[in-house]
Design a protein around this ligand. Structure first.
Ligand code: AMP
Length: 306
């Protein structure tokens, strides 16, 4: 695996593959690679002939009070892991290569950026993400680009921008990779001390409680969110937000009349963590009854057949 620093080198390196009609996959990362990132690289390796992993800690998506300066960086380790997982090229540009002097253009996605993470972190966050992802897609010109479901809103934003700007790329979503206790893997988990690490499982446990309740027949989003909050509360974790939303528009869903995304963010010690889980409504059979064990707790009795 070669490491490249400039767009010119990258394009030259990819030219033979492109001319030979080989497919190119891109996995954008900010480094500090873990099994979540590696699952994306392995998937790209399965799908594509050549795999580019980009490594760039993008200042434009960090707010002034966020963790840019202490974000974990270890390029040698990342290069070894990426190569082992199947990367052919590591694209690790410097700041000036991505944002040369006089840089003045940014990509703004309206609507889906305005809730959840966008609301908490400010409009600059997704503007930074959308701009750098657009640039990376233009630099690499891959057939497919791979993103984690862990950052569900980011995925929605990227799908939207690819569609709106007619970017000739397939956006592929990959499932969230978790620690054995359910904590979603994240570069930011490194900030947690042992006590905080033990509490961090609250995010996933809370979301799981909501999912279980949904499968039991509860359709009221406020009650589903309440169940998640109660679990998190027991761990002493107070979420920044805990929302049940439409997975594509991210608009709040009051009733679980279709699959929904439960999304959460919480500050635990120095780490700001996010997670999400798909909530599926209990199956309702054709006679209107919820099959066992999906018995609604507070819904009116199912109508009887006449
Ligand atoms: P990052 O380095 O945090 O910008 O993440 C790079 C890519 O890896 C993004 O598409 C993330 O959604 C994805 N990713 C991060 N953590 C996980 C995880 N636990 N499981 C799957 N994908 C992940």
């Amino acid at each position: 695996m070669r490491t490249l620093r400039t767009v010119a080198e990258l394009r030259a390196a990819l030219m033979p593959a492109r001319q030979a009609g080989r497919t190119i996959g891109l996995v954008p990362t900010m480094g500090a690679l873990h099994e979540g990132h590696l699952s994306l690289i392995r998937r790209a390796y399965q799908d594509c002939d050549d795999v580019v992993v980009s490594l760039f800690v993008n200042p434009a998506q960090f707010g002034p009070r966020e963790d840019l300066s202490r974000y974990p960086r270890d390029e040698a380790r990342d290069a070894a892991l990426a190569s082992e997982a199947g990367a052919d090229l590591l694209f690790a540009p410097g700041l000036g290569e991505v944002y040369p002097d006089g840089f003045a253009t940014s990509v703004t996605v309206a609507g889906v950026t305005e809730t959840l993470e966008g609301e908490r972190r400010g409009a600059e966050h997704f503007q930074g993400v959308a701009t750098v992802v657009t640039k990376l897609l233009n630099m690499v010109a891959p057939d497919a680009a791979y993103f984690g479901q862990k950052d569900a809103q980011q995925l929605v934003v990227i799908r939207r921008l690819a569609r709106d700007l007619d970017l000739p790329v397939r956006i592929e979503a990959c499932p969230t990779v978790r620690e054995p206790d359910g904590l979603a893997m994240s570069s930011r988990n490194a900030y947690l001390d042992p006590a905080e690490r033990a509490r961090a499982v609250a995010l996933h446990r809370g979301l799981q409680a909501a999912r279980t309740l949904a499968l039991e027949g509860e359709r009221d989003s406020a009650r589903l969110a309440g169940a998640a909050r109660a679990v998190m509360d027991a761990f002493g974790v107070d979420p920044e937000y805990l929302a049940v939303v439409d997975p594509e528009t991210l608009a709040p869903l009051r009733t679980l009349d279709r699959p929904a995304l439960a999304a959460v963010a919480a500050q635990i010690g120095r780490a700001r963590l996010i997670d999400n889980l798909l909530l599926e409504p209990a199956h309702v059979s054709s006679n209107g009854r919820h099959p066992h064990p999906a018995i609604p707790r507070s819904a009116p009795p199912a109508p009887t057949l006449s």
